[in-house]
Design a protein around this ligand. Sequence first.
Ligand SMILES: [Mg+2]
Length: 202
Amino acid sequence: MTRWDPGDPVIVREVWQGKVWTVRALTVVKDEPNLLALYQAVGTPWKRPCGPDGHPIRLPDQPWHLEDALLREDTLRLILPGQAHSVFLIWQQRWNLTCWYINLEEPFRRTSIGFDYMDQTLDIVVEPDMASWRWKDEDEFEEAQAKGIYSREQALEIRKEGERALERLLARKPPFDERWENWRPDAAWRRPEIGARWQEGE
Ligand SMILES: [Mg+2]
């Protein structure tokens, strides 16, 4: 499948057992053999899963429908080929770097409209100066295992992927070798819309 150009809008979906779990409209920063970089602007629309009572849910252990919401932070998402995690840089107002963030997830798959994957619950939050870090959502990760969302083997592999990502962080290997905190979006980029095409991807 062909690569995207910088500035292209793409639809990134999380898909659980064939059903769409979230939808985000992102902008391609770079789509090259050694790195995929995507930008999510503050205020960008997304679709999030809500349970039968209408409240947002975090695990796909019950029926859900999608509701529209707005993303609250500027995020740059960096993905090395074949890796089962993304590295986020998350900024709050006026480009204050809140953290680096290692998001454990299925490797991205290309679709005709962008990319599909599924989040894997466990995350690692890295301080902006990279001097310290902590696992995040370990309770929820345990809960997901208890509910059968991940097998024991899958759970071990997810954690191992996190440990490999931390080794890369400590060794300052890509993407931790560049000063991505100084990156800023091209002012000419338009905010992408989700529209109706999120249902079309194959
Ligand atoms: Mg996550």
